[in-house]
Design a binder for this molecule. Structure first.
Ligand code: AMP
Length: 178
């Protein structure tokens, strides 16, 4: 897969592995070197949206916090709105909430009850698929609002954690797979 002359291996080379962050045993995938490179960042957005024709989605949903970076740029490219799924307590209006376990710790995420009209076609984006708990919780929030999830897309997948198993029934695509 190539676009803007950026390939998935180009992206992979710009992702830094930071051992033992934020706690011992975690191999943290630091995407900031990739984000800081204009060509690679633009290429990552082109690759993340490669399956989506402009006009075929109503919104891109991004997951707090690094998912917002990609969701916002993808929404701009696809000429649609961007919707945040946020950590509990951050959204000001009425919310639906879902709790789940993380690779490190646990979390609750939320979406505004009126964020999406039933039947809307959405693309869900996050930076990384680990155990799948976060994306599964986000997908559950979207289902509660009646959204039609066209694809769940990640820059990075830690395939040895089998996160895809939690996302059965959805088309899942990731670029850099470890
Ligand atoms: P999970 O719910 O286990 O799939 O975890 C995915 C979420 O946690 C994503 O929003 C990632 O940003 C973050 N995350 C989990 N593991 C890592 C990791 N090894 N490196 C960077 N981010 C991670």
């Amino acid at each position: 897969m190539t676009t803007n002359q950026v390939t998935v291996p180009d992206l992979e080379r710009a992702i830094r592995n930071v051992p033992d962050f934020p706690k011992p045993g975690i191999q943290f995938k630091d995407i900031t070197p990739m984000l800081a490179d204009a060509r690679l960042f633009a290429g990552s957005i082109d690759l993340l949206t490669a399956n989506v024709k402009p006009g075929s989605v109503d919104a891109v949903v991004g997951i707090d916090a690094r998912g917002f970076i990609f969701a916002a740029a993808a929404a701009y490219k696809l000429n649609c709105g961007v919707i945040p799924v946020r950590k509990k307590g951050k959204l000001p209006f009425k919310t639906h909430e879902e709790s789940y376990d993380l690779e490190y710790g646990s979390n609750t995420i939320a979406i505004h009850v009126d964020a999406i009209k039933p039947g809307s076609r959405v693309l869900l984006i996050d930076d990384l698929l680990a155990t799948g708990g976060t994306a599964n919780a986000a997908a559950n929030l979207l289902k509660r609002l009646g959204a039609n999830i066209l694809e769940i897309t990640f820059l990075i997948e830690l395939s040895f954690l089998n996160g895809r198993d939690k996302l059965k029934g959805f088309p899942v695509r990731s670029l850099v797979v470890y």
